[in-house]
Structure formats: C-alpha cells, structure tokens
Design a protein around this ligand. Sequence first.
Ligand code: UD1
Length: 422
Amino acid sequence: MDSILVTGGGPLKGDIPIAGAKNACLALMPATLLSEEPLTLTNAPRLSDIRTMSVLLQSLGAEVTAMQDGQVLALSGHDLKSHVADYDIVRKMRASILVLGPLLAREGQAVVSLPGGCAIGARPVDLHLKALEAMGAELELRDGYVHASARGGLKGGEVAFPFVSVGATENALMAATLAKGTTVLKNAAREPEIVDLAQCLRRMGAHIEGEGTETITIEGVDRLGGATHRVVPDRIELGTYMLAPAICGGEVECLGGRVDLIGAFCEKLDEAGISIEETERGLKVARKNGRVKSVDVVTAPFPGFPTDLQAQMMALMCTADGVSVLEERIFENRFMHAPELMRMGAQIDVHGGTARVTGVERLKGAPVMATDLRASVSLILAGLSAEGETRVNRVYHLDRGYESVEEKLGAVGARIERVSET
Ligand code: UD1
C-alpha cells in the first residue's frame, strides 16, 4: 500500500492549478442517465472516485469515455441495460446513491445498494428517499438495497428538507427534471456544486429556477437532450492548497481559484493573518510575517465554513498563536485526524463535536494514519512544516479526492514523495 513521505521545510513559492470539483463531477455524471443524448463534461478531475462513478454508470449500460488524459468525459445514456446499482461498486463510494433519482425518473424503477464511503458518521440516506417518495416513488428496503418504483412516472411535489443535505438536494433535483408537473425543493442545499448541476441540467433542457437559494423550483419536461458543460473548480482542493503557504510560509497562486466559492473560509484565513489577493489567474495566498493567529471555526452548510476543510484548518491551528475552538456541526464523527495530529505533538482536546486546539511552536514529524479523505490531506499539510519526516500511511483515501498531490505541492517547493510498497 502506498504512503506519502513529507519532510518539513521552508516557505513555498509558485503556482498550483486547481482541478474541477470532485463533488460537482460526481453529481453531473449521473445526469447522463436522464437523457438519451450525449453529455460531455470538461475540466473533470482525474480521481479514483470519478473512475468508480464511471464503472457504476457503465454497469447500468451508460457509455463513459475518458478523453484528454481524463479531463474530458464523454457520457451517453442512450442504451441503458440495467436499473440495478450493485453493492460491490456502491460500497466504495457514498455518492453512488446519486444514480437513484435519475434512474427512477428515466426508467420508472431503480434498485440501488445502500452506500458506503468515508467513515465519518452514520450518514444515512433517509432524506434522499423521502424526497423521492414526495414525488410519488414507492420504496422498499430489502437485503441492503433500495427498491424504488414509480409506475406511470414520478410526479412533481413539494419536498421540505428538515435539514440541509447536498446529496439529497442533488438526487431530488435530477429526479424532478423528468417528473410530471412542478416540484419545489425547500431548505435546499446552496453549495456551488448544486448551482453547477442545475446549470448543466438547464443546458440539457430542464426548467429550473432558484438554484443557489433555499428554494429550487423545477418544472418537469418530457425529455432532456445533450449538453457540454465545464465542471466548476474544486473549492475544497482550493482551500486545501491555500492552507499550504499559510502553514509553511511563502506565497502560492492557486490558479482558477475564486473567492465566491469559498468566502467563509477566506474570511477565517484573513482573521488568522493570511493575505489573499484576487488576481486574473486565481487567488494569491501569502503568509509573510509572524505566526498565524488562532481563530474559531464552526462548520455549516454553504455559505458557511465547509466541513470538508475542517481537518485542514485544524492542521493550521496546531501551530497558531493561542487557542482555537473548532466546532463540527455537519458530521458527528469527524475528528479522527485529531489523535493523528497529536502524534505529531499537537495539543488538542476533543469533546463531542468540539475540538480545542492550543497552538504549539512547531510540530514534529511522525508516522501517521490517514483515516478519511480530508483527514489524510490535513496530515500532509501538518507534515509540510513539521520538524523532520512524516509518513502518512493508508493514502488510498487521498487518491479518491486529490489529483497528483505530490506533483502539485512538489512544484511549489514542498519536499513530498510517494512511496510504493509492493
Ligand atoms: C456531500 C459531499 C461531502 C460533504 C458533505 C457536506 C459529495 C459527493 N460529498 O456529502 O464531501 O462533506 O456534502 O458538505 O458531494 N444526512 C442524513 N440523511 C440523509 C442525508 C444526509 O441524515 O439522507 C446527514 C448526513 O449524515 C450529514 C448531513 O446530513 O450529517 C449532511 O450530509 P449531506 O449534505 O447529505 O452530505 P453528502 O451529500 O453525503
């Protein structure tokens, strides 16, 4: 199994290109199931999660061809041959549940295994199922699978989410594009990935209003056509790489970065004393003098501070001046990186959903274990400025969400390499 070896070092300098968003792409790809015509996605990230979604869609009869080294995905849902999403594929990735809404809307039936994914809490799919029920779906849970049917097709309905769910909003949004009549999604997620999906669906001929707000209204149409769509930049990859110069010092320009994708995070970096400048090419981030100030963070749905940047922000706070309190409000078990950071000398007290971090002057390199996707990159960030060598084991999580992390960080002067053990 591969591990990543990081040797702590000095300031970073240079450019890091930001890829297309994994989470947007994972929602856009299943949209191909809604149409007989081709869907082309450009600016796709090259990640194992994207390959998993390709395999899942292919198992349903969709065509998925990766071109231009994986940055362009040509998809077609012309000849679907199955409506069963098998456990062996779905268990690898929670986002697999996103085939449920489109399959049901197009085929009138779907059988989808209950998903797996990162071990960061219980993560049920009840909101996805309730939303589809509100559109007339009949659902049954049997042998670990959701059996869904909608004889005569889905019907528009009102879906009021009790709390914000990105995935449930995406599933409901896709399903509603082919439902008869009007669907109103209330308390919908407002993440940039939702806006991106709505824009792509509209290009395919869907009638959607209100994406990016709490209420999305969808007028169902009989059929959707083809489209070409550019995937929005990955705001989580962006935030992660913005933290690299914040932790190590120096100046890095994140190419393609935009403040509107990540406003709450930028405010926190600013409070911590990190400078962020909007340039024509993206965002230039610098820590020029002194130690980072500690800041408090509460994760929240967009436009709040993203839970997917909490672990990386904790890595920054480990060496900040003072005490910082990080509150995790989205997932109940998302501090698994804390004990690993403590192996590197960090001072962290975790009580339930709150972590209190007392900054130390410098962390010390140590062998650590990646427990989930974002945790693994937080350990790499911490290792970048730690004294000595940090070996991050079990990095398969990392490859799910970060393309060429060693090359991107290596290009700005970080000492980082992948070690393959056979
Ligand atoms: C998506 C992102 C993930 C991010 C998360 C929150 C993708 C592929 N993944 O995940 O990286 O961390 O948004 O920003 O886009 N919940 C339920 N029942 C449901 C659905 C969700 O209880 O049916 C709970 C979850 O356990 C969690 C909260 O709602 O506590 C938010 O989850 P949700 O927004 O649905 O996250 P995902 O779409 O799975």
